[in-house]
Design a binder for this molecule. Structure first.
Ligand code: GTP
Ligand code: MG
Length: 244
C-alpha cells in the first residue's frame, strides 16, 4: 500500500510540529500539509521539517482536502489516501490501525477512524461535536443500513475508490459526503477505533459557535442532498457494509 497523507491546517503552529513528529517517518516523503492563509508559523515549521506544503486560497476544510488531493496526484506515487487533522487531536501513529483494517480479510475501500469506540479521552470531543456526530451517523445509518459511529477526520480511502466519488464539498460536509457516496456506490466500508485527545491551539470548527452551527447545518444538508433527494434501496446497501 503506497500512502499519500493529506493534512489540512489553518494556523496550527502550536500542534503541527507534534503531528509530523509523531507521524512515522516512512510516510514523510508522501505527506502534504495544505495551508489556508495561515498567518502564524505553521508553514515555516512544516517546511523546516522537510515536509511538502501546498496552499489553497479558498477557506474551508473541504477545499483544503481537495487541494491536497490535487497536489498528491501531481507529486506523489501512491494508491491510497489518508486524511489527518493538524491539531494533534488524532494520534498519528494510529495510521497503522487504518492500514491494518484496510488489509483485513479481502480488503476494504474505505476505513473511518472512529473516536466513538471508547478510546477518546474524556472531554476531547466537545458535546456539540459528539451530539452532531451521533445525529448525523444515526440518520445516515437509518437511511442506508450502514453502522457508522463517527464522521472521524482520520481516515483512509483507496485512490481508485476516491476517484469514483466525485467529491465536491469545500467546507464542513466533506466527511459526510465521502461516507454517503462510498456507501451508495457499494464500496466496502469499515471502521476502526482511534485514540483521540483534546486539540492543541485555537479551534476552527467544533470549538466555535459559528463553526458548530455551520458544520451542523452543512452536514445535515449533505445528508439530505445525497440520501433524501436521491435515495437507494436499503437492502442493496446493507449487504456492502461490513462490520469487522
Ligand atoms: N487549510 C485549512 N484547514 C482547515 C480549515 N478549517 C479547518 N482546518 C483544519 O482542519 C482540521 C480540523 O479543524 P478543527 O478546527 O480541528 O475542527 P474540529 O476538529 O471539528 O474542532 P476541534 O474539536 O476544535 O478540534 C484542523 O487541522 C484545522 O487546522 C480551513 O479553512 N483551511
Ligand atoms: Mg480538531
Amino acid at each position: 500500500m503506497k500512502i499519500a497523507i493529506i493534512i489540512p491546517a489553518h494556523n496550527e503552529e502550536k500542534s503541527i510540529g507534534s503531528v509530523l513528529n509523531h507521524l512515522p517517518k516512512i510516510f514523510h516523503p508522501t505527506t502534504v500539509v495544505v495551508d489556508n492563509n495561515s498567518n502564524d508559523q505553521t508553514v515555516p515549521i512544516v517546511k523546516n521539517m522537510g515536509i511538502a506544503v501546498t496552499t489553497e486560497s479558498k477557506m474551508g476544510y473541504g477545499a483544503a482536502c481537495l487541494q491536497g488531493v490535487r497536489y498528491a496526484k501531481e507529486n506523489f506515487n501512491f494508491d491510497t489516501f489518508v486524511f489527518l487533522d493538524g491539531d494533534f487531536s488524532d494520534h498519528p501513529q494510529d495510521i497503522f490501525r487504518l492500514i491494518h483494517k484496510a488489509k483485513e480479510s479481502g480488503g476494504a475501500d474505505m476505513v473511518i477512524g472512529s473516536r466513538n469506540l471508547g478510546e477518546a479521552e474524556p472531554g476531547s470531543l466537545l458535546p456539540q461535536a459528539k451530539f452532531g456526530n451521533w445525529l448525523a451517523t444515526s440518520l445516515m445509518n437509518l437511511f442506508t443500513g450502514s453502522q457508522f459511529t463517527d464522521l472521524g477526520p482520520f481516515r483512509l480511502i483507496k485512490r481508485t475508490a476516491y476517484d469514483q466519488l466525485n467529491m465536491q464539498d469545500e467546507n464542513y460536509g466533506w466527511t459526510m459526503e465521502m461516507q454517503i457516496k462510498a456507501i451508495k456506490l457499494g464500496l466496502i466500508c469499515r471502521e476502526t477505533s482511534m485514540h483521540y485527545k483534546a486539540r492543541i491551539g485555537q479551534s476552527k470548527i467544533s470549538g466555535t459557535v459559528k463553526g458548530s452551527v455551520l458544520a451542523g447545518y452543512k452536514i445535515l444538508y449533505t445528508l439530505f442532498r445525497y440520501l433524501v433527494l436521491s435515495p437507494m434501496p436499503k437492502q442493496q446497501i446493507a449487504e456492502k457494509y461490513e462490520v469487522l
